[in-house]
Design a binder for this molecule. Structure first.
Ligand SMILES: [Zn+2]
Ligand SMILES: [Zn+2]
Length: 189
């Protein structure tokens, strides 16, 4: 992913990502804590001490407590931020372009539409909600896993992996319907 690629809008620079996180936090109060925390994480570079300091000051309560006392969920979060991470993928639709994107390393891979990205089954269905019409969840009836899909063409200011956090109710609905998210995002969701 470099400048000028069809997907430059999803990687964006830190300032644009932070602006989007603030806008979403104002619109969706239930996701505000995570999104505002993200504003402090977006420009982050450093080691465990620096990360622990940010979490202690701005993190959600569970993460903050764990950062002070040690243990989970801080350790998983630290490993995701500082170590090798399993890419947390979101499907991105941008007109004819389509693929799976990880917001943390900006890794993008082209994948077929309407096909499970884990078991390749075409037996998939979609869940959507009215509050965020550009986001839907693609569920697989074979392996029962799901992934979020963000149509960035229909919302010019969308940042796929941040918008996904604002779609938390959709996430919960899909889970309650018996599907499991294959790759967790940086919030552990
Ligand atoms: Zn990644
Ligand atoms: Zn599958």
């Amino acid at each position: 992913m470099g400048q000028g690629t069809p997907f430059e809008m999803v990687s964006r620079d830190a300032e644009l990502r932070i602006a989007r996180a603030r806008e979403l936090a104002a619109r969706f109060p239930y996701a505000a804590e995570a999104l505002l925390f993200y504003c402090h994480l977006a420009p982050f570079s450093g080691g465990e001490t620096d990360l622990r300091a940010i979490v202690t000051e701005y993190g959600p309560p569970a993460l903050r407590d764990a950062a002070l006392t040690g243990g989970e969920p801080f350790n998983s979060f630290r490993d995701f931020m500082l170590g090798e991470h399993v890419c947390s993928e979101v499907l991105i639709a941008n007109g004819a372009e389509y693929g799976a994107f990880c917001g943390f390393c900006a890794r993008f891979r082209t994948v077929p539409r309407a096909q499970c990205i884990y078991c390749q089954s075409s037996d998939v269905a979609f869940f959507s909600s009215e509050s965020l019409p550009h986001i839907r969840a693609q569920v697989c009836e074979q392996c029962r896993r799901y992934v979020s899909e963000v149509d960035v063409a229909s919302d010019a200011s969308a940042v796929a992996d941040l918008d996904e956090i604002a779609a938390l109710p959709l996430d919960l609905w899909v889970r309650q319907s018996g599907y499991t998210k294959a790759t967790r995002n940086w919030m552990g969701l």
